[in-house]
Design a protein around this ligand. Structure first.
Ligand SMILES: Nc1ncnc2c1ncn2[C@@H]1O[C@H](COP(=O)(O)OP(=O)(O)OP(=O)(O)O)[C@@H](O)[C@H]1O
Length: 374
């Protein structure tokens, strides 16, 4: 079997003494194939940057191993890992122009001047920084510095490219354009890349697979589609997706040929038992205490649905977001057309079983997606 391009095995990071300091990354095991783009996605402080810096060699690994292109690197200094990194804080060399910054590693790799020029010009065009190549880092904006840093990392030939919040400083329009170009650039050259981001749109657009992290723990590592359609647990389910998944505690019972989900404040959702696979019914019977989740775009207004009182109705130019008081909380619905409902109106909420996600209330682990076992 081909070795992974990057393999982390049981990696822990403690800031301060092992087992007593801040436990930033917990027993992280993951592998990237050659040519793959992976996004580390998570909220602030979840351990993304610590992970990236351990791979690059700027932070020591407290426990575990890291291999790049089949070779253990976790005890090597950064320069010997053959890893190119674009830093969130840019870290351009101040005495060098943008052109010289981008060209630096290429010259060190003894490429001819013509090759260096061609590569620098190509990446500068892609990142729209051609007009600032002669300027010094101190005289350009944060967004321009960020693109220069990204260019410097992308032009290098390396076993692995690490991109830390590579477009955090750019305005949305430019970000959207660059995302597509950068992905094309990486794919065309077969580079292997990890990017750190807290922006799920960026992760979805760029990555082949997304590693969702929380509290230093890898929650799920899969394609954007699987993560959206089959979240492994309540954290991933509610973290990924915009607006977030609606969730409600529920008591599941099966009687009289029906599956009944009792939500707070006397709200009940009932479905014919036959809608669910037999294994799902067995699991629900055994669990009873669950959390149900439904994505806002899957909630429907129906005349025979459960009554809910409209709290807000916002038209966002291309879709409507309705929030309604439901089961002691709020349920959010997304509709594509402008909805003519006012605050205080009663609407009927319909949730089809194929759109239900059911989680174990005790552990948060997913139990059911649609009508099948998770
Ligand atoms: N040098 C340090 N000393 C002590 N604790 C640190 C240090 N660097 C990071 N931490 C802690 O480790 C945890 C993970 O931080 P890390 O920077 O890896 O998270 P992150 O997901 O990249 O966050 P962000 O998106 O805000 O950059 C946090 O609790 C953070 O406070």
């Amino acid at each position: 079997m081909k070795a992974a391009q990057l393999a982390l095995s049981g990696v822990d990071k403690f800031y301060g003494p092992v087992d007593r300091g801040v436990h930033a990354v917990k027993s992280l095991t993951m592998q990237l194939d050659e040519g793959e783009i992976v996004a580390l996605l998570g909220s602030s402080g979840c351990g993304k940057t610590s992970t990236l810096r351990m791979i690059a060699g700027f932070e020591a690994v407290s426990r575990g191993t890291i291999s790049v292109a089949g070779k253990p690197v976790h005890e090597l200094p950064p320069v010997r890992r053959n890893v190119a990194m674009a830093f969130e804080g840019y870290s351009l060399y101040p005495p060098l122009t943008v052109r010289e910054n981008i060209a630096f590693a290429l010259k060190a790799a003894r490429l001819s001047q013509a090759e260096v020029d061609a590569k620098v010009n190509e990446i500068a065009k892609l990142l729209e920084i051609e007009d600032i190549l002669q300027r010094y880092p101190s005289s350009i904006s944060g967004g321009q510095q960020q693109r220069a840093s990204l260019g410097r990392a992308l032009v290098r030939s390396a076993s692995l490219h690490l991109l830390d919040e590579p477009m955090g400083q750019l305005e949305p329009q430019l970000r959207a354009v660059l995302r597509g170009r950068i992905k094309h650039f990486i794919k065309e050259r077969g580079l292997t890349a990890i990017l750190v981001t807290h922006d799920q749109t960026e992760a979805n657009a760029l990555a082949d697979r997304i590693a969702v992290m929380e509290g230093g723990v890898l929650q799920q590592f899969d394609t954007p589609t699987v993560i959206k359609e089959k979240p492994a647990n309540l954290f991933t389910g509610t973290f990924v997706g915009e607006p977030p998944m609606n969730v409600f505690a529920a008591d599941a019972t099966l009687e009289g040929g029906r599956v009944r989900l009792d939500l707070p404040q006397g709200v009940s959702l009932t479905y014919p038992e036959s809608e669910f696979a037999p294994q799902v019914r067995d699991r629900l019977r055994a669990l009873r205490q669950v959390v149900i989740g439904v994505r806002p775009y899957a909630v429907r207004r129906t005349t025979d649905g459960v009554a809910a009182s409209v709290a807000t109705n916002q038209w966002l130019g291309d879709q409507t977001h309705i929030a309604a008081d439901f089961a002691g909380g709020t349920i959010v619905l997304v509709e594509h057309d402008r909805a003519r409902v006012g605050i205080g109106d009663t609407i009927g909420i319909g949730i089809q079983p194929r759109h239900l996600h059911i989680f174990d209330a005790a552990t948060g682990e997913a139990v059911v997606h649609g009508m099948e076992l998770a």
